[in-house]
Design a binder for this molecule. Structure first.
Ligand SMILES: Cc1cc2nc3c(=O)[nH]c(=O)nc-3n(C[C@H](O)[C@H](O)[C@H](O)COP(=O)(O)OP(=O)(O)OC[C@H]3O[C@@H](n4cnc5c(N)ncnc54)[C@H](O)[C@@H]3O)c2cc1C
Length: 408
């Protein structure tokens, strides 16, 4: 039986926060390995056409920057906002390719499940002695081969983008949604670029009221100006509220996005129709006309919309099934890290993600010793997460782990 070094650390996910944690771990002398189920930066690449609302100065983690600069990297202009693709290409890929990280970032290596070696979840409840056994990771490669790896510390930075929320009323699938999900989109699609043909001259329904929905509808309005016959119906649960819109926003790009979206809600563009105060009840697809029939409930009234395409930008959910063998403590409402979620609910930031609660690594601790969920996943279903917060989480958690798991 192999027992890893005491300062061994496994990180799930080679997104911006997982890689920042890896870079910080190297500085502290950890034997760190990152497991990524796809390619490095897979999630920002999936929304690669979207321009971020935070500038480069907030998008590159400090430990990542130190490692990149030691490898001759030229920082992009601090005040420019990159696209998701630029973040992946100019920061994440070069970072994972540095000599220090190259052999430590394992792509196409999906973490299937994690437990403690020889300990069930309900054994030694909340007992610090659980830390005496290493974490046991079941990892599957691209060919389906499985291996078991061990580490004394575990950071889950696997994000939420891989698990979309459901569009149906109450957050469960609407009638027909489970069946039709594979042919509808749950992403902020590139409707003016890669997916242009799907939407040009067509009627598209967009459901959602956050930044992703605002981005998609704004792009459809632009497509409508270029291609006659393109229309959008924008369905929101609230009458006029936009999730993530902040009074006196300090992020100019985000303020601009929401100002434009608010104008569209107000009827500024005749190609975009807004249906507010609506719950999604059901989807049907007509294989003859290739059109969707969507049933909405607006107060007491049912309403039917017929459209060619459906884009559901209704948010993302953390998938804690991979760590279900551990004593994780998650919020019953958001499914984020429990103490962090409580601090976020009590924070006086008016929902602005630029205002993150103080509390350091303590907010990220679970009954399971040396287990941390950081990055977008730590916020659960809340979309008020910023990379800057994730980078601070990585520094806080590594400082704590460094004091508990010194080099052998
Ligand atoms: C459209 C969009 C725009 C955004 N714009 C901004 C912005 O302007 N500014 C900002 O600060 N934030 C923004 N965010 C929010 C946030 O910063 C991003 O979601 C960011 O990618 C989160 O980084 P992360 O490292 O926590 O997770 P992710 O980038 O989601 O990375 C998680 C990684 O884990 C991998 N993974 C998942 N499960 C497993 C598994 N079982 N085994 C192995 N690997 C696994 C995934 O493949 C992925 O590569 C935006 C988000 C979206 C969706």
């Amino acid at each position: 039986m192999t027992t890893p070094a005491r300062h061994s650390l496994a990180i799930i996910g080679a997104g911006p926060v997982g890689l920042e944690a890896a870079a910080a771990a190297l500085e502290l002398g950890f034997d760190v390995h990152v497991f990524e189920r796809g390619d490095v930066g897979m999630h920002p690449t999936a929304w690669g056409h979207v321009r971020m609302f935070t500038p480069w100065s907030l998008n590159v983690g400090p430990a990542s920057e130190r490692l990149l600069k030691a490898n001759g990297w030229n920082a992009p202009p601090a005040d420019e906002c990159p696209t998701g693709q630029e973040l992946a290409d100019l920061v994440l890929a070069p970072l994972a390719a540095t000599e220090a990280l190259r052999g430590r970032v394992h792509t196409h290596a999906q973490v299937v499940q994690v437990s403690r070696r020889a300990l069930l979840r309900h054994e030694r409840i909340g007992d610090a002695a659980r830390a005496d056994e290493p974490f046991r990771l079941l990892v599957r490669d691209a060919g389906g081969r499985e291996s078991v790896l061990h580490a004394f510390a575990l950071i889950d930075a696997s994000g939420t983008f891989g698990t979309s929320a459901w569009a149906g009323s109450g957050g469960v699938p609407a009638r027909g949604e489970l069946y039709l999900a594979p042919q509808m989109s749950y992403r902020p699609d590139d409707v003016t670029g890669l997916r242009r043909e799907r939407h040009a001259g067509k009627r598209t329904m967009v459901v959602g009221s956050g930044a992703s929905a605002a981005t998609t509808v704004t792009a459809l309005a632009q497509l409508a100006a270029e291609v006659p016959g393109t229309t959008a119906v924008w369905v929101t649960r609230g009458a006029a509220a936009l999730d993530g819109e902040v009074a006196g926003d300090t992020l100019a790009r985000r303020a601009e996005l929401f100002a434009g979206a608010r104008a569209l809600l107000g009827g500024s563009n005749e190609s975009v129709q807004h249906v507010g105060g609506a719950e999604v009840e059901g989807f049907e697809y007509n294989t003859g006309t290739h059109r969707y029939r969507v049933t909405l409930q607006c107060g007491e009234q049912a309403r039917i919309e017929e459209v060619d395409q459906v884009i559901l930008n209704v948010g993302y959910r953390p998938d804690h099934s991979i760590t279900s063998g551990l004593q994780g403590h998650f919020c019953w409402a958001t499914r984020g890290a429990m103490k962090l979620s409580a601090a976020l609910l009590g924070a006086d930031g008016g929902g602005d993600c630029m205002v993150a609660p103080a509390g350091g690594a303590e907010l990220l601790c679970h009954p399971e010793p040396n287990f941390f969920v950081i990055g977008a996943k730590s916020y659960g279903s809340s979309s008020a997460f910023l990379l800057r917060t994730g980078y601070q989480q990585a520094a806080d958690v590594l400082a704590l782990l460094g004091s508990k798991l010194p080099r052998d």
